[in-house]
Design a protein around this ligand. Structure first.
Ligand code: ADP
Ligand code: MG
Length: 741
């Protein structure tokens, strides 16, 4: 008898086990049983789409309606058959016509498995494997087997105690069709699964019976068997419900354990003070906080006043004013005598944060300088491209505690930067800030304590995805934009069809500049040696080409600047600063401006080859304009045909300014693996049936249960089955899953 953890070679033989391992990375009984059928063939029904893809490996069952021998040029005979699957007629050809004609004959019911080949508009199966099925009413055991290729082999191995061939598997109403390859076909997998299930001991259920009852879930043993050999589609649904719940649960348990672990850690209490720098900053604010900002600020203020580390995700539309919320929290920490680190994804953004925080704080950021306020602190910038002496002095400010706020890229927490007393870390615009980095952070705080953590993102993550990927963080959301923002208008321009509209775009820029405003022109690549170095001919306009074209052509009379990632750090910073200061009218750039860059006077953005960008990315990009109360105009230029899907995507972006809606759209258009790739790499292997966008209620139920059980039994010592589940979810590459939030 067998259990889930057994290796397959003993049970199935070396050869079968090897090919499963090679083709599908399947090694254990559990691996194989969790290789679920992708669909089920019902007798006589089509096993596939009306028009399968060329080259797809498919399986059909049906009745042979026609079988004619046709003479070939080489003198051989080809059998041209047609099979009625109940929904459509499928053409099938065999090259060894003489041999098959006795078997594949009119009136026979058979299964065919082969590769789809198109000729003109018609598709057919060419020389498929086949298996003649017993006619309904025939004895289930037949003495001889007719079949060809892998199917014949399969029918043979299904021999039941030598007395005949057990064809019962084909008598079932639902035949599982597995994700297969031409080396290991769905038949091979079916045979192996069948063999295993016969030997499998009852599978113990890690879920307590009351939980199963509460959620109406079938047992694991039943689910694993039924999913392969169901009697009705309703059974499949029930099995799927159970298996899906397990997928959500394993990760939620891991996250709940992490969350619990964090809650036990100590963090510095940073109680609000009425007479400190935070209060002085509130006095200075030139505008009123939005209701959303006030609510989130209050949540954060309460979190960091507690003796346990805050772990909070702040998501909010581009321009919703997350930075102020973070800054207020940082000042509360400074008031408690501790330091804050603000991490930005790029040096450009770090430098900009440095400047804008200093501007907002004014004399409050000038500790040690002339004219500073009494409660002032010091804000320092620390980035890799700074000169050694500048770095040295910044590091000194950090280690002595002179600096209350330290701004930099990830190097801040990865490198050998020593803080005097780190109280909080704010991570801006970063959705790939993972557990390892959080762990690295902990070592930066005083022994025995962990800093508070605030992660900010403008890429809204749909709720259930956030729950699965950042499930150990609390979430706050800023939905409204500060008053006085004019909505951004977005137009799509089909460059091929309407070349004059492209010229019009440059004119619009010139007009805005004449009115004293600024513009961005964003390109998809840099263009010196990228891509072309690899021998491909890029059919997109590079930022260098565009820069030359504009400053010698349509925008020759205005000040045009160039910004891209491969410029030296100092140049980048100088250009960005000049643009902020209004010394550059038009910034021709790559996506280095994607996140966080804030120049309120910029009102137009032209995105060249817009189809090269993702939906969320376009939304992020255009969030750079319309920040100053003047109407924003975004022009998406694309060479793609207005009839195509890429163009439709651009129109969707033009059609709404709601980032949440767009990010949902974005995710719906990707495969689930990619969905997770956005927020988290490596999870594909764990999630087979759970579709995060569709099964929100499952994730929620699993999270509730996981948190409940972990708070009662943190190490899951009383629930060894659940502990194993967590273990296998985090196994192998799956460790990555939690590692790359
Ligand atoms: P994001 O959420 O995209 O990071 P920022 O924090 O950069 O947005 O804020 C965008 C701009 O809005 C900044 O110039 C900021 O000073 C301004 N701002 C923030 N809050 C308000 C408010 N309540 N009223 C008016 N302007 C605000
Ligand atoms: Mg920001």
């Amino acid at each position: 008898m067998a259990t889930l953890t057994d290796r397959l070679d003993h049970l199935l033989g070396k050869k079968a086990a090897e090919s499963l391992a090679e083709q599908f990375d399947i090694h254990t009984v559990e691996d194989l049983l969790r290789h679920y059928p992708m669909r089920y063939a019902t007798q006589g029904q089509p096993l596939t789409e009306k028009a399968p893809l060329d080259g797809a490996h498919i399986t059909i069952i049906g009745e042979v309606q026609k079988a004619d021998l046709v003479r070939m040029k080489n003198g051989g005979w080809m059998l041209k058959a047609a099979v009625d699957t109940g929904e459509q007629r499928v053409d099938i050809t065999f090259f060894n016509g003489q041999k098959v004609k006795h078997v594949v004959a009119v009136g026979k019911r058979a299964m065919f498995s082969g590769t789809v080949k198109y000729w003109r508009d018609r598709w057919s199966l060419s020389h498929p494997d086949y298996l003649i099925l017993p006619q309904s009413g025939d004895a289930t055991k037949v003495k001889t087997v007719s079949g060809g290729g892998a199917l014949r082999e399969m029918a043979r191995t299904a021999k039941d105690s030598g007395s005949g061939v057990d064809m019962s598997v084909f008598e079932r109403e639902f035949t599982p069709i597995y994700p297969a390859s031409s080396k290991v076909q769905t038949w091979d997998i079916l045979r192996c699964v069948r063999q295993l299930l016969d030997q499998l001991d009852p599978v113990p259920d890690p879920l307590p019976a009351e939980i199963r009852n509460e959620h109406g879930l079938v047992g694991l043993d039943e689910a694993l068997r039924v999913v392969h050999f169901p009697d009705a589609m309703a059974d499949v649904e029930r099995a799927h419900d159970r298996l899906r719940f397990d997928e959500a649960l394993a990760l939620q348990l891991a996250l709940a354990q992490r969350r619990y672990d964090t809650s036990l850690r100590n963090a510095p209490r940073c109680a609000p003070r009425a007479d400190g720098i935070a209060a002085a900053f509130d006095e200075r604010l030139p505008f009123e906080l939005t209701a959303g900002q006030r609510a989130v600020a209050a949540e954060v203020a309460a979190d960091i006043a507690r003796p346990h580390p805050m772990s909070r995700l702040l998501q909010g539309e581009v321009g919703s004013g997350k930075t102020i919320v973070a800054l207020r929290a940082m000042l509360q920490v400074v008031d408690a005598g501790l330091q804050c680190a603000l991490l930005a994804p790029t040096e450009v953004l770090a430098a900009q944060h440095y400047r804008s925080l200093r501007t907002m704080l004014g004399p409050l950021a000038m500790a040690g300088e002339l004219g500073s306020a009494e409660t002032a602190t010091k804000v320092v910038l620390l980035t890799g491209s700074m000169s050694t002496s500048a770095k040295k002095s910044a590091l000194l400010d950090v280690v002595t505690g002179e600096a209350g706020i330290v701004i930099g890229t990830h190097a801040l927490i990865q490198d050998n930067v020593e803080f005097f007393d780190l109280g909080m870390v704010v991570v801006d615009e970063q959705h790939r800030f993972g557990v390892e980095q959080r762990d690295a952070l902990r070592s930066k705080a005083k022994a025995g304590t962990s800093p508070h953590l605030l992660v900010m993102t403008a890429t809204p993550i749909p709720r259930t995805i956030a729950m699965m990927t950042l499930g150990d963080l609390e979430t706050s959301t800023l939905r409204e934009l500060p008053r006085g923002r004019s909505p951004i208008k977005t137009n799509v321009v089909a460059a091929r069809e309407k070349p004059t509209w492209v010229d019009r775009a440059w004119e619009r820029i010139a007009e805005e500049v004449a009115a004293g405003r600024q513009a961005y022109v964003v390109c998809s690549r840099i263009g010196d040696d990228d891509g072309s170095a690899k021998g491909e001919v890029p059919n997109t306009t590079s930022v260098l080409e565009m820069f030359d074209k504009l400053r010698t052509g349509p925008l020759a009379h205005v000040r045009v600047g160039l910004l891209h990632g491969r410029l030296p750090g100092d140049d980048k910073d100088a250009t960005m600063q000049a643009f902020s200061a209004g010394e550059i009218d038009v910034l021709v750039c790559t996506t280095v401006v994607e996140v966080g860059v804030d120049v309120p006077n910029a009102t137009v953005m032209v995105i060249v080859d817009a189809d090269r960008f993702g939906i969320s990315q376009l939304h992020q990009l255009r969030g750079r304009i319309g920040r100053g109360g003047n109407a924003g105009l975004c022009i998406l230029i694309s060479e793609t045909s207005p009839a195509g899907g890429a163009y439709a995507r651009l129109q969707a972006v033009a059609g709404t300014n709601d980032g949440f809606e767009l990010s949902k759209l974005d995710l719906e258009q990707r495969r689930e693996g990619d969905v997770l790739g956005v927020a988290q790499a490596g999870a594909q292997s764990t999630l087979r049936l759970l579709k995060l966008l569709d099964h929100g209620e499952v994730v929620e139920a699993a999270q509730r249960f996981a948190r409940e059980i972990v708070s009662a039994d943190p190490a899951l010592t009383e629930h060894p089955g659940l502990a194993t589940m967590v273990g296998s979810a985090l196994d192998r590459d799956r460790v990555e899953f939690l590692g790359k939030t």
